[in-house]
Design a protein around this ligand. Structure first.
Ligand SMILES: Nc1nc2c(c(=O)[nH]1)N[C@H]1C(S)=C(S)[C@@H](COP(=O)(O)OP(=O)(O)OC[C@H]3O[C@@H](n4cnc5c(=O)[nH]c(N)nc54)[C@H](O)[C@@H]3O)O[C@H]1N2
Ligand SMILES: Nc1nc2c(c(=O)[nH]1)N[C@H]1C(S)=C(S)[C@@H](COP(=O)(O)OP(=O)(O)OC[C@H]3O[C@@H](n4cnc5c(=O)[nH]c(N)nc54)[C@H](O)[C@@H]3O)O[C@H]1N2
Ligand code: SF4
Ligand SMILES: [Mo]
Length: 731
């Protein structure tokens, strides 16, 4: 028995043909012509609409271009994810395109792998080399011995190419290292995941509960805008975080929880809400399965017991639970995004899902909305060949409930001892700095050393590029077309990324690279279009989308009401029972706890502090920390240390310190931020600084990635809990 997951009951748009006049196919020129049209000309300022990729939210953006140079970036007022605004990172995106450290030509490795020594090459040479290696791997080992690691929208055509070539070993670190456990936790409970952008109805909520979701530092544009709106509307805010985050500053209740104990708090909230009959009885009666088992289960988790575990006083637990009961169903217990913390993350997010169900907030105004998306037909191409072997990430350990490939699993499979069924011989890496994004960097490096072939597509000479045999200089998102974006959202829309300037240097867009490789690999039939504009026409013309208008506006929105259950939509839950599973029959059938249990994650060893990490408002991971525009605001990170801890160690605010983790790994020097805004059992660092790659100019600060030498695997879906490392200070 398995869960019927991934089934989406989103409403498809009807009557698309009426939405715009049809455009004949074959209008478009080549990308370069388009880019030239966009960038040549006089002093006149030209506006070009596209969507942002400084993070993965994909806000609509308008670029102002003068004399072929981008002079300003603004939010697209027509785009539902930006509403005319960009976050600080989006505003500074030109700092990526105009970064002098960019990779400018294809590069081929000289000397040994990892030596970070390269020579310039032509595109023909680089593509021929990749082709030769791909054909070689296919012939010698089978095509599924090549893995694709990718992150970001630019990867669409490369993914298509690699699947056409015959591999299913395709993964992004945004699953097992980020939101995977959340997706599985919600899939198990409601039969579907949260997705991205998250279906959180923050704008309409009366109560927002943030559990380690540091909105305001985590700058996902629409969420931050809606957060401000909710505050303006007087919504109650609860923030649960060992660190007094920006969001905590806006909270009615701030709960400085002991790290790793959130599940105990969640279960205590559920305990109060059930025992005080504060839950939505009608909703639970109609839609839920397993209420009695849940009720019995949470009797062991009283606020008094949770107090001992979490450090949060029982009165505070009761008061916040009662307020949730009072404000239901317009209560959003935010599901989080980067949830791979302690290895029991699916169970923790299951508890969030269960709490949301009790409050009746799934599918209700101010909770989780049911969005819709535009169903744009694909360009017809042959079926992908069926790989003959099990996916490499599942060869070592099977996770039947994981709904995506595990990047860490592919890495482990490569690294595994020869007697294990490990088949990966080559990695194609697009837009992901695996040395930083996977836990245990030494394991990633060991895997890289074992491979026969490593190709990296990058915009910057990041750490991972140093390990390539061949580096492809990608055009930045402001210089290229990518595939259309049609996410599930309140108002469904089609968003277009297009070049606002011509690709600089000898960089090329990924669609071009994919098509070139397809030709060399005799996979032409998978790319049955001549120009990228031809591709768009093939997708859009049949549904009558006006291409010229889409190019001009950057987005076509098809207004729709947000869908809540009470609007008459009959809820469909893709679980085994067809109900909201408070008690998970799937988890039971796979031998996991069907109801979430609190597990103890221990305390730091004497003299050590739990290493917490997260986002900072002006940067996205390590991908922007070389950006000169953004670095004018912030060009290094600090380690947050509690005032008493700092006093104990004699650490001075603003002075540098070196961190050492439990395995003796030391950091680069990082400035100390002495603060009362963090508990005394943990320290916090913003992820993304402390680069060591030779070609990057900004090496300030320290990277948490090198200190994450341990992780705890989620037994349900294989996510890597990374908040399990401890550091001390080298003084
Ligand atoms: N230790 C630690 N590990 C983490 C996290 C953490 O906070 N700490 N966070 C986790 C999370 S939430 C996530 S989502 C992942 C993120 O993981 P990644 O997406 O791998 O994050 P980055 O380190 O930013 O690496 C992105 C790389 O892509 C390159 N790049 C940027 N734009 C383009 C482009 O247009 N084309 C190409 N070809 N390359 C481009 C950048 O130069 C950069 O080297 O990491 C996870 N891992
Ligand atoms: N500016 C900016 N915004 C971003 C990104 C970015 O790089 N920069 N990345 C985007 C991506 S891919 C993601 S996944 C999201 C991630 O954003 P989120 O999912 O919101 O957050 P994290 O970065 O995991 O969480 C860090 C917060 O959790 C707290 N925390 C740590 N341990 C615990 C604990 O045990 N319990 C509790 N309750 N709290 C704890 C930390 O103190 C910190 O405030 O951000 C997105 N938005
Ligand atoms: S949230 Fe910011 S960085 Fe992310 S896509 Fe939107 S504007 Fe760009
Ligand atoms: Mo993420």
């Amino acid at each position: 028995m398995s869960v019927r997951i991934k089934r989406r009951s989103f409403i498809k748009i009807a009557g698309m043909a009426a939405a715009g006049a049809g455009v004949a196919t074959g209008i478009g020129g080549k990308i370069l012509e388009a880019a030239v049209r966009n960038t040549t000309g006089s002093d006149k300022i030209k506006s070009v609409a596209t969507f942002c990729e400084l993070c993965f939210w994909k806000c609509g953006m308008i670029a102002k271009v003068q004399n072929g140079r981008i002079i300003k970036l603004e939010g697209n007022p027509k785009h539902p994810l930006s509403n005319g605004m960009l976050c600080p990172r989006g505003n500074g995106a030109t700092g990526l395109t105009y970064d002098p450290d960019r990779i400018k030509t294809p590069l081929m490795r000289v000397n040994k792998r990892g030596g970070d020594e390269f020579r310039e090459a032509s595109w023909d040479e680089a593509l021929d080399y990749i082709t030769e290696n791909m054909l070689n791997i296919k012939e010698k080992h089978g095509p599924d011995c090549l893995a694709l690691f990718n992150h970001g929208y630019g990867a669409s055509f490369i993914k298509h190419l690699l699947k056409a070539y015959g591999t299913h070993n395709v993964a992004a670190p945004s699953y097992a290292q980020c939101r995977g456990p959340r997706e599985v936790g919600f899939e198990l409970t409601f039969g579907e995941g949260i997705g991205s952008p998250e279906r959180t109805d923050i704008a309409n909520t009366r109560m927002l509960v943030l559990i380690g979701s540091h909105l305001g530092e985590n700058m996902h544009n629409t969420q931050v805008q809606e957060f401000a709106e909710a505050i303006g509307n007087g919504a109650k805010i609860v923030v649960v975080d060992p660190r007094y985050s920006t969001a905590a500053g806006k909270a009615d209740w701030y709960l400085p929880i002991k790290p790793g104990t959130d599940l105990a708090l969640l279960l205590a909230w559920i305990h109060v809400i059930i025992n005080e009959e504060l839950y939505d009885k009608e909703y639970i009666n109609n839609y839920a399965y397993g209420f009695e088992q849940l009720k019995a289960h949470v009797q062991d988790y009283s606020p008094e017991q949770a107090w001992i575990i979490t450090g949060i006083k029982p009165e505070l637990i009761r008061a916040t639970a009662r307020e949730m009961g009072h404000q239901k169903p317009a209560v959003l217990v935010h599901p989080g995004r980067h949830v791979t913390w302690y290895g029991d993350d699916t169970q923790r997010t299951r508890a969030i899902a269960i709490l949301s169900a009790l409050l009746g907030s799934w599918g209700r105004k101010g909770g989780y909305f049911y969005g819709s998306s535009v169903d744009v037909p694909k360009v017809h191409s042959p079926k992908y060949p069926k790989p003959t072997r099990t996916r490499a990430d599942l060869q070592l350990k099977d996770y039947p409930l994981a709904s995506s490939t595990l990047a860490s699993g592919l890495c482990e499979a490569t690294f595994a001892a020869p007697q294990a069924a490990c088949d990966l011989k080559g990695w194609f890496i697009y837009g992901t700095n695996l040395i930083w994004s996977l836990p245990k960097p030494e394991q990633t490096i060991a895997a890289l050393q074992k491979l026969e072939f490593v190709a990296v597509s990058e915009v910057l000479p990041a750490e991972i590029a140093g390990w390539a045999d061949v580096i492809l200089p990608d055009a930045t998102f402001l210089e290229r077309y990518d595939d259309l974006h049609m996410p599930t959202w309140r108002d469904p829309f089609i968003s277009l990324r297009q070049p606002v300037i011509e690709p600089m240097y000898d960089s090329r867009p990924p669609w071009w690279v994919a098509k070139q490789l397809a030709k060399r690999l005799s996979l032409d039939e998978y790319f049955p279009w001549d120009t990228i504009e031809d591709y768009f026409h093939k997708r859009l013309d049949p549904i009558g989308v006006d291409w010229e208008k889409l190019k001009k506006d950057g987005v076509a929105v098809y207004p729709d009401e947000p869908l809540y259950f009470k609007d008459g939509v009959i809820p469909e839950f893709g679980t085994d029972t067809g109900k909201i599973e408070l008690y998970s029959t799937s988890l039971a059938s796979y031998g996991h706890d069907p109801l979430p249990k609190w597990t103890d994650h221990g305390n730091p060893p004497e003299g050590y502090y739990r290493l917490l990490f997260g986002r900072q408002p002006h940067h996205t991971f390590g991908r922007t920390t070389n950006n000169r525009v953004l670095n004018r605001v912030k060009d290094e990170n600090e380690i947050w240390v509690n005032r008493h801890v700092a006093a104990e160690w004699g650490l001075m605010h603003g002075k540098e310190v070196i961190l050492k983790n439990q395995d003796g790994v030391v950091s680069t020097p990082v400035k100390v931020k002495v603060t009362e805004r963090i508990r005394n059992d943990c320290v916090f660092i913003a992820h993304g600084f402390g680069h060591t790659a030779r070609g990057l100019s900004n090496k300030k600060g320290a990277s948490d990635s090198f200190l994450v030498t341990r992780y705890k695997t989620d037994p349900i879906m294989g996510g890597t809990g990374m908040n399990v490392n401890f550091v001390t200070f080298v003084v």
